[in-house]
Design a protein around this ligand. Structure first.
Ligand code: NAD
Length: 499
């Protein structure tokens, strides 16, 4: 049995707490490794190292720090296949999807190459007589991030790349479900020229997270994961005086107007609802056709597409649409929620419950499910299922549809499919959700824009990546400076004498 490690001060270090978690291969159900769960002492050791190396790293000029990112991009490209394979093996997503996970992280690293520009301060010449005023953006010191299982490459990079390029040290606490890729990323950052100890990986669970939240040296905490934990981390981190940003769960609605191209809408829903087995915070989990006729047409298009989805292990290459979910517990939770949908009166028009894959009977596979006539009081509507289950809620008008999305407690992403520009503009303006797609089902902003939801999908002020990341990982210092008048009145040509 492979025993994974932490990555401390440039070396793989075995866990010393004596506690471990199992890392599964979700396709086979087998335990393939065990990952150490750090104690508070192990976290404290990493923080001490980070605190020692950070000032020297901050003193490296921004252009040189950016060059580490340039080299890191090249190494990610070199090792793309290896990273994708390791990612799929622990997460279960298909190989092309795993490569996409690495790629969307890489794009944020590329954005970080522009750090010298983003770290420039402001300057006011002659703010008063002989007075100049200027500001600097300085790193925070030791920063930390806690990441979820569903994007084990992308989300760690969204955090550590901007943190580090700003001159901070960073401690990453990845998900204990798929910790191998984060360890590989830390190695690659060092190969790219990052000094030891600037990026460290501490594996663990709540104990390590609590140690991070209570450590006085750690200045900021970034979190991505489920909403209850996001709320806990935001509250505890803020109470301990840290700068905190937490991104939580989602229930993303896609509104389908009667004038939409129904084939296009159905294709979009199938990709956005079932890709990565629905384990994406930007997955569409609720389809809202407007009008019964639209709903009937949409369901007619959806059913054959959902029934035709190919589910299988990542080792099947491009031949599968989605893989298993991450754990047996996740699978059981999805199955339980599907049953509540049936019990509460939703119509299961594609039933994936008897799905089984020959040779992979112990894998955590879940067949594709499609519900029609879901209502807003049902558990499958209110709860984030995080599985291959799409709910259709029929709305009788555009106002009812937009109201539904606005009244849901989550506000991560949403989309509208229509041919009418006026409806699309109205939707984009009024909706209280952070990321909006117009005829685009998964509107994940690119690296140079920012990513973040509203309502219970986000706690904090600044989004991830884009210009916000440079604000989150720096603090501003403003200097007011006066220099007394010097020799500018002219040179003295006679020898100075005492008067
Ligand atoms: P999770 O909340 O279970 O775990 C996230 C992290 O928190 C992990 O590192 C985990 O070890 C840690 N953690 C778990 N329980 C904890 C506790 N009691 N105290 C302290 N730390 C704890 O989330 P997950 O299952 O890994 O990821 C899926 C969730 O993440 C979904 O809800 C999804 O919507 C959300 N997500 C959100 C975004 C976003 O940007 N909004 C992106 C990706 C995933």
């Amino acid at each position: 049995m492979q025993e994974l490690t932490h990555y401390i001060n440039g070396a793989h270090v075995k866990g010393s707490s004596g506690r471990f978690a199992d890392v599964f291969n979700p396709a086979t159900g087998e335990i393939q490794a065990k990952v150490p769960l750090a104690s508070a002492e192990e976290v404290a050791k990493a923080v001490e190292i980070a605190q020692n190396v950070q000032p020297e790293w901050a003193a490296v000029n921004p252009q040189r720090r950016a060059r580490v990112m340039m080299k890191f991009v090249a190494l990610l490209q070199r090792d793309m296949d290896k990273l994708a394979e390791a990612l799929s093996r622990e997460h279960g997503k298909t190989l092309p999807d795993a490569a996409g996970d690495v790629q969307r992280g890489l794009e944020v690293v590329e954005f970080c190459i522009g750090a010298p520009h983003h770290l420039k301060g402001e300057f006011t010449d002659s703010a008063g007589p002989g007075i100049d005023m200027y500001s600097m953006k300085q790193p925070l010191g030791v920063t930390a991030g806690i990441t979820p299982f569903n994007f084990p490459a992308m989300i760690p990079m969204w955090m550590f790349a901007p943190a580090i390029v700003c001159g901070n040290a960073f401690i990453l606490k990845p998900s204990e479900r798929d910790p191998s890729v984060p360890l590989m990323l830390a190695e690659l950052m060092e190969e790219a020229g990052l000094p030891k100890g600037v990026l460290q990986v501490v594996n663990g669970d709540k104990e390590a997270v609590d140690a991070i939240l209570h450590h006085p040296v750690i200045q900021s905490v970034g979190f991505v994961g489920s909403t209850p934990i996001a709320e806990y981390i935001y509250g505890t981190g803020c109470a301990n005086g840290k700068r905190v940003q937490c991104f939580g769960g989602a229930k993303n609605h896609m509104i389908v107007m009667p004038d939409a191209d129904m084939d296009q809408a159905a294709d979009a829903l199938v990709g956005a609802g079932y890709g990565a087995a629905g384990e994406r915070c930007m997955a569409i989990s609720v389809a809202v056709p407007v009008g019964d006729e639209t709903a009937d047409r949409l369901i007619e298009k959806l059913v054959p597409r959902v029934e035709a989805l190919k589910v299988g292990p990542y080792t099947s290459g491009n031949d599968v649409d989605y893989g298993p979910v991450v754990t047996a517990a996740a699978k059981a939770n999805i199955e339980r929620l599907v049953q509540t949908g049936i019990d509460q009166g939703a119509e299961l028009v594609v039933d994936g419950r008897d799905f089984s894959l020959q040779g992979y009977e112990d894998g955590f596979f879940v067949g594709a499910h499609l519900f029609d006539r879901v209502t807003t009081d049902m558990d499958i509507y209110k709860t984030e299922i995080f599985g291959p289950v799409l709910s259709t809620v029929r709305a009788q008008s555009y106002e009812e549809a937009i109201g539904m999305a606005m009244n849901h407690e989550y506000g991560n992403g949403t989309a509208i499919f229509t041919r009418d520009g006026d409806t699309a503009r109205d939707f984009a303006n009024r909706i209280n959700i952070g990321m909006v797609g117009v005829n685009v089902p998964i509107p994940v902003p690119l690296a140079y824009h920012t990513f973040g939801g509203w309502k219970k999908s986000m706690f904090g002020d600044l989004n991830q990546h884009g210009p916000d990341a440079f604000k989150f990982y720096t603090r501003t210092k403003t200097i007011t400076s006066r220099w007394p008048s010097g020799i500018k009145e002219g040179g003295e040509f006679s020898i100075p004498v005492m008067e």
